[in-house]
Design a protein around this ligand. Structure first.
Ligand code: FAD
Length: 295
């Protein structure tokens, strides 16, 4: 099992790719075809989200197991505390050990569909930090990543308190911070400086959404509260041709990522939304991995 410390080492930019569990078998088959193409560029690991309220728990594990078996790449399962008792979380982690999962992205989670606020499950946990502690104590074989918010978590009382709680997660045993998606690198760089100032030493990896159309970016940004530069919206809106919007999204992501690499980020985490077209163009344009090399 490769440790996350080995993945984020000096002199290279690690790449991770995030998937979500498709709803249908056909969607799942299509997903593996997309993954097959992206694997050519040697990503360091592939993650799969855990549906709101644990709705995809079996599917999440199945996807990461299949990705690891089919492509031999390290995998991370996301895991949230929503809707689970501590014993159920333990049981999931035990299954993840059996499925040869390498890393866990430990999260509190968003409320299930139809609910507006997070509710603690009886016998469960309240914050991601407690999940990190559980994993660190009982499943030390897993590398652990946690979420960070360059524009502050939507529920946080203040930026400072949010950062303090992020530090708690790292101090509790997390090896890595992956950020929420953002479109203005200045937000990320400020966040990174503030993390540094309070002594967060884990690698901080920007989460990048390769935008493929205007409707998508509006929906996603409204869900997570990310600020989209008006100039980017205007640029995307110049044509409603899908090909134009896709190319505009790829160009924006490439510019964003080139700048982040110049700023010394240790890695890039891509929210690919189970599609490979934009991601392949970005990987090609980045030229930090040649096809069929593992960097
Ligand atoms: P926490 O770190 O627990 O923070 C939640 C809120 O509580 C924050 O406002 C924080 O400031 C505050 N807080 C933390 N600790 C304390 C404390 N001790 N006292 C008071 N307040 C505190 N969601 C899913 O459902 N499934 C996924 O697979 C998933 N994957 C994600 C992957 C990444 C990389 C990211 C960035 C997000 C992901 N999310 C996922 C979304 C995430 O679950 C939500 O953003 C959720 O609302 C917060 O989760 P968290 O782990 O950051 O929570």
């Amino acid at each position: 099992m490769k440790k996350l410390n080995d993945v984020y080492r000096a002199g290279r930019v690690a790449i991770s790719i995030e998937l979500f569990p498709p709803k249908t078998t056909a969607g799942e088959q299509a997903l593996y075809e997309h993954v097959r193409k992206m694997i050519e560029y040697g990503p360091d690991f592939v993650t799969c989200t855990y549906g709101a309220g644990g709705s995809t728990r079996d599917k999440t594990l199945e996807i990461v197991r299949q990705v690891k078996t089919k492509f031999g790449v390290p995998v991370a399962s996301h895991l949230t505390v929503v809707g689970s008792t501590v014993d159920q979380l333990r049981e999931y982690l035990q299954q993840a050990v059996q499925a040869d999962v390498d890393y866990v992205v430990a999260l509190r989670g968003d409320p299930p569909q139809g609910e507006t606020s997070f509710q603690v499950t009886a016998g469960g946990l309240r914050y991601a930090c407690e999940l990190v502690e559980l994993i660190h104590r009982e499943f030390p074989q897993f590398g652990v990543a946690v979420a960070g918010y360059p524009e502050k978590h939507q529920e946080a009382a203040s930026f400072d308190s949010d950062l303090g709680y992020l530090k708690n997660k790292v101090d509790a045993g997390s090896d890595l911070v992956i950020t929420q998606l953002f479109f203005d690198n200045r937000d990320f760089l400020r966040f990174r400086d503030r993390c540094d100032a309070i002594g967060i030493r884990a690698p901080i990896v920007p989460g990048i959404l390769p935008v493929t159309n205007l409707k998508q970016i509006r929906r996603i940004a409204s869900l997570c509260g990310a600020n989209i530069p008006q100039s980017f919206i205007d640029h995307l809106a110049r044509s409603d041709q899908p090909e134009w919007q896709l190319q505009a999204g790829i160009e924006f992501a490439l510019t964003q990522v080139h700048e982040l690499i110049r700023q010394g980020v240790p890695g890039l985490h891509f929210y690919v939304l189970n599609q490979s077209q934009a991601m392949l163009a970005i990987l090609e344009g980045l030229q930090i991995r040649s096809p069929r090399s593992s960097g």
